[in-house]
Design a protein around this ligand. Sequence first.
Ligand SMILES: [Zn+2]
Length: 432
Amino acid sequence: MEHVYLAVALAAIAGGFFLESMVRRATMHSLPAVPPKELDDSYAPGEFSRFIHYTRARLHFGNVQGVITSGAIFLFIALGGIGLADFWAASIATSLGFDGFNAASMSGDIVRGLIFLVILAVLSAALGLPFTLYDTFVLEERYGFNRTTWKTFLLDRIKGAILTALLGGPLIALVIAAFHLAGSWAWLAGWAVASAFSLLMLWLGPSLLLPLFNKFEPLEEGELRSDIEKYCSAQNVDVTGVFVMDGSRRSSRSNAFVTGLGSKKRIALFDTLMESLQTNEIVAVLAHEVGHYTLGHIPRTVALSLIRNAALFFLLGLALADPDLYASFGVTGMPVAAGLVCFGLVIAPLSYVLGVVDNALSRKHERQADAYAARTLGKALNIDAGASLAGALKKLTTDNLANPSPPRIAVVLHHSHPPLLERIRSLRSQAA
Ligand SMILES: [Zn+2]
């Protein structure tokens, strides 16, 4: 039994790599020679071939990144890297005066666990950094998307690391403590801690954390604002929750999103939307986001993830009690943090499947939000809602060089939104 866990984890890494390579190959082969007929007039001259070049470049980049990243992680785990990192962590914890090698000591296990996770985070950042740099400053730059300066890039990383330490550190410490203190109900206590934390983040995140990375400003007076006010009051949505976000600080890509729970929710429109879309198209994008909000998509998604996490924590509780889990990865004793990581590696295939389910649910929500926008916008503002939304979606797709019709396997495995052509067709059939 001892090596079954390791074998499953390694097979999962290899399997994931082959699956992802297959998806990239399918995408490469599915690229059309000419724009789909629904988008005949949507691409400016030369834009469609730019889309093809960009997509190919991204797929090549994905291939290189996949080989190096999966290969490095596979070797690290196969050669006992987890056990070694945990040994270092225990040694450092001991030299700091804690009972680092005794996993039964709660304080020793918490300090050992935090150091262990810092070691893994540093290694993983080092592995990912060259790819992130190339992606941002070479690939995106070459196609005119990048607007991130070195200063912003560096500040983002520093802020991200500080936040992870300030928020993630105590969370992990509490989860480890739960597994020491709560006996056979530890999985439930751990789940309660993690759930409370994620609800708190969702509630406070939009007003406390997001402003650390972006500026949010109320809509300026003008035609757009008055249309949005008219629309929001017809839908009973508080317009003070609508903000313009300086997405242009990092990228020329445009987007919009809704986030948060209860009174802290906010709808953000990227300032880049204002550059490329007409007023009625921007209102249509907003109406789609209002749809997510009004149809309760966020609370539903959150409730589902809390229920699912309960099941995962239950499995985690079983796995952490099995000495073979640790031994399989070369970890001595039964430290909780290392157990968490090993469990995550073993359960990767299940996580992958759950991700596919998440995406399917998200695509369903996107279709519902599209339908909601088309249904309500015409009534409130007397414009052709379907045409406005379709126009916005087309521009977002062509401006962002997004794939209007990716292959089915890519959609099923990766896409949180239905492909553009599918969305335009269903908007049309709704209008008819
Ligand atoms: Zn959406």
